[in-house]
Design a protein around this ligand. Structure first.
Ligand SMILES: C[S@@+](CC[C@H](N)C(=O)[O-])C[C@H]1O[C@@H](n2cnc3c(N)ncnc32)[C@H](O)[C@@H]1O
Length: 487
């Protein structure tokens, strides 16, 4: 029997919510019904799933879901919610009911009475938790709300730490902290059936990671990327701009074997300047492999190689299940590739043996056209490329994103970095094998983010200076006026 759930989300990375859920449903092959339109303004969705097991499976992957609650009642007012629950206790039809003539969106749904009665028999401990969105309540106020449910036939003992059953009462007061109503807009009650992977964010936190670099990816975003890539056990995943390997940790957590490459020898050998404040030298403990060991994923670590991405080292026919990567933006690390500026230069025989190649600028548009071409050639069909793409917000147009005829853009979520800049997590799915007859558009991403980032930075610095000067001037006028009126 399909069951109705309240999915309660963390109020973070809102633009990634739909994309993460769609990817998880797709990798697990789970169908879903949305009972009302999905929103990112509200911290919840109401959905129906084929079974409780499906809710548990989704929760075992999601970092943005806080929990799944088997929904017993939902109403616009607390009085109606209690009324629904009381009616439900008389509902022995074994199914859900709505008053005649009302729709699925009615707030007078009643649930089968067994849902409530079977939840807390005498031998099972329980507790009721209160969750409120956009309004804070003291413990005493929360206890009062909990006491309002005393008519429920909950027979087991109340235990606060690890009870057998957790019941949840949730109130939603809108999403505008400057305009909080007296009464909630929506109230919910039900049984917690599964918790999302919020704890994993702490476990994988960069603060506790053995080896990090200046551009290591935040643990939560790395896990979202692995979900976007639909990583599953036994997959082979590549990060061609691997740096300190932070994306390996997330991909290996979901069971993938990981390969990586990077142009920076010092980074791959953990010999760059330490990233942590106060640390003078890197320790022997710091390496990508030791990170993998730290999280129990060493067996998933294939290897990393020093290599320039513009000169791919993989033989034809090699295929990856997913490519997850964060290419350089040229802000905190250089965008370089091997090459020489001079035309028609050939290296003499005598210099060849000890030659250290020179580097030239690797423009962002070339990085992304190389990346999409690479994905078209080396991804399995249906495999995904998940990569970040930096941009100046006011110049963003979806139709200017990098594109390739073998790849379909299936998700595009924005992380705002500053008032003027952001980066987008782009998820492409390979739909065809590379076919030379398909036209390739190499104009992908025709901007130079680095130049714009710094020129925009210039503007904001100048703006800040000007604003400060204006504030000082205004203050001076105020002081003079005040001095004049006080005389
Ligand atoms: C944003 S960082 C990636 C950070 C990485 N996700 C981590 O967890 O540390 C980009 C990486 O691309 C590398 N890179 C720059 N140019 C490259 C090139 N031509 N080929 C391969 N790697 C390159 C840089 O050395 C840097 O480590």
């Amino acid at each position: 029997m399909w069951r109705r759930y309240l999915v309660w989300f963390a109020h973070e990375h809102l633009d990634f919510r739909h994309a993460e859920m769609d990817s998880i449903l797709s990798v697990l092959g789970i169908p879903i019904k949305y009972i009302e339109p999905r929103s990112i303004k509200k911290p919840y969705w109401i959905v129906e799933l084929p079974s409780e097991d499906c809710a548990k499976k989704i929760a075992s992957r999601s970092v943005l879901v806080k929990n799944f609650i088997e929904l017993w009642s939902r109403a616009k007012t607390t009085t109606q919610l209690h009324e629904n629950l009381k009616q439900s206790l008389k509902n022995d039809t074994g199914s859900w009911g709505i008053p005649h003539g009302e729709t699925e969106l009615s707030d007078r749904h009643i649930c089968p009475k067994e849902l409530i009665e079977n939840s807390c028999p005498k031998n099972k401990s329980f507790k009721v938790v209160v969750e409120t969105f956009c309004k804070h309540f003291t413990m005493a106020e929360k206890v009062k709300k909990i006491e309002g449910f005393s008519y429920l036939p909950l027979e087991g003992p109340v235990i606060l730490k690890n009870p057998d059953v957790i019941l949840l009462y949730a109130e939603f007061y809108g999403d505008d902290p400057n305009n909080v109503p007296e009464q909630p807009y929506d109230v919910f009650f039900g049984k917690l059936v599964a918790e999302g992977q919020r704890d994993l964010i702490q476990q994988h936190s960069l603060k506790k990671r053995r080896f990090i670099g200046n551009t290591s990816m935040d643990a939560q975003l790395a896990l979202i990327m692995a979900n976007q890539a639909r990583v599953k056990s036994g997959d082979i995943v590549l990060d061609p701009f691997v740096g300190s390997g932070s994306l390996f940790v997330a991909a290996a957590h979901f069971g993938a074997y990981v390969w990586g490459s990077d142009i920076d020898f010092m980074m791959l050998h953990a010999r760059t300047r330490p990233t942590r404040v106060g640390q003078k030298v890197r320790t022997d403990e710091e390496s990508i492999r030791s990170n993998m060991r730290q999280y129990g994923s060493e067996s998933k670590y294939l290897d990393v190689m020093v290599s320039d991405f513009s000169l791919p080292l993989w033989r034809d026919g090699m295929k990856f299940d997913a490519i997850i990567t964060d290419p350089p933006y040229g802000v905190r690390e250089p965008t370089e590739k091997i090459g020489i500026q001079r035309d028609n230069y050939t290296l003499s025989e005598e210099h060849l043996s000890n030659h250290i190649p020179s580097k030239v600028e690797y423009h962002i548009q070339h990085i992304y056209s190389d990346l999409l071409n690479f994905a078209a050639k080396y991804l399995e069909v249906d495999g995904r490329l998940v990569c970040w793409y930096p941009l100046v917000r006011e110049e963003y147009h979806e139709d200017q994103l990098p594109n390739h005829p073998c790849l379909t853009l299936v998700a595009n979520s924005e992380q705002v970095l500053s008032k003027l800049t952001s980066r987008r997590l782009l998820t492409y799915q390979k739909v065809h094998d590379n076919d030379s007859s398909l036209p390739i558009d190499t104009s992908a991403g025709t901007h130079n983010f680095r130049e714009k980032y710094f020129s925009v930075g210039e503007v904001t610095r100048r703006e800040r200076k000007e604003r400060k000067a204006e504030e000082l001037a205004a203050n001076a006028v105020y002081r003079i006026t005040y001095a004049e009126t006080s005389l």
